[in-house]
Design a protein around this ligand. Structure first.
Ligand code: NAP
Length: 256
């Protein structure tokens, strides 16, 4: 082993594994030692850049094993690596560090949405790291700093909180975009009409706290408009979402 380089092996061939593999291959101070996936076809494209395998018997010790596997597979799969004393991490937001059944455990959680064919800029992505002791934590911090300018030490509970916050800030918001798209389509209007508004709201929170950035009929307590909107909406689910979110906004600002 070249002692100066960090030797890493990745387990997985999905969204996160693919992005990590590509990012590590670009780093001269990282040696991507092996990539394992149970279905080898998913990692075949890396044949000429690293050693690939679907056989756990091929796996050699490394500085870090990264398990970029489905949440439910982490515990069971990690058991198969319990004979190694390699620092083994998972990449999950919502899985406790103790789910790992390995000798040395850690977490390496890149907080972004990853899809295989969509490029990402790792320098901008926060990476949350956790380990059981200071030495292992330092190893993970060093690795994360090679990829990202935003490295944060967080325990499993804080990571869970960030994951839940992400569901509100990204998944729920995207679901609301879908409702907006449906409403426009039903009225023969293009979703593109909303894009300048969506972008402005997103950019606004770079300067303003969300509490200050809120506008609209709910914060103005514009009851007539709210009733009119509720009457306009025919879809019961959209009605319910509108009602719940309006009430939540009104409650938030009721004492101001
Ligand atoms: N996608 C994101 O935006 C994102 C962001 C941050 C963190 N994460 C976390 O990163 C991890 C991976 O997510 P992903 O989006 O990359 O998932 P994914 O694209 O669905 O890939 C899942 C991987 O897990 C493997 N796998 C599933 N069950 C297995 C089992 N029983 N034994 C061995 N391997 C198994 C799959 O192998 P096969 O290919 O052989 O089926 C595949 O390589 C998860 O913990 C997720 O929470 C995801």
């Amino acid at each position: 082993m070249d002692n100066k380089k960090i030797h890493i092996s990745i387990f997985g061939g999905g969204n996160v594994a693919t992005h990590l593999i590509k990012a590590f291959l670009k780093q001269p101070s990282i040696q991507l030692q092996q990539v394992y996936n149970r279905h080898i076809d998913k990692i075949k494209s890396f044949t000429h850049q690293t050693e690939i395998t679907d056989n756990l018997k091929d796996i050699r010790p490394a500085d870090i094993f990264i398990l970029a596997l489905t949440d439910d597979a982490i515990a069971g799969f990690s058991k198969k690596l319990s004979t190694f004393d390699t620092l083994t991490v998972h990449t999950s937001g919502s899985t406790n560090i103790n789910a790992l059944q390995t000798q040395r455990k850690g977490v390496f959680y890149p907080f972004q949405t990853f899809s295989k064919d969509k490029e990402v800029d790792f320098r901008q992505i926060p990476i949350l790291v956790e380990a059981q002791n200071q030495d292992d934590l330092q190893i993970l911090k060093n690795l994360a700093q090679k990829l990202s300018a935003h490295v944060i030490v967080a325990d499993s509970n804080q990571r869970k909180a960030l994951h839940v916050a992400g569901v509100f800030a990204a998944n729920f918001v995207n679901h609301l975009y879908l409702q907006a798209a449906k409403i426009l389509e039903e009225n023969k209007l293009d979703f593109d009409l909303l894009k300048p508004l969506i972008m402005e709201v997103a950019h606004k929170i770079e300067q303003l706290h969300p509490k200050t950035a809120q506008t609209g009929p709910a914060i103005r307590n514009d009851q007539k408009t709210i009733e009119m909107h509720l009457k306009f909406l025919k879809n019961p689910e959209q009605k319910e979402l509108y009602r719940i979110l309006t009430q939540s906004i009104q409650k938030t600002y009721s004492h101001e």
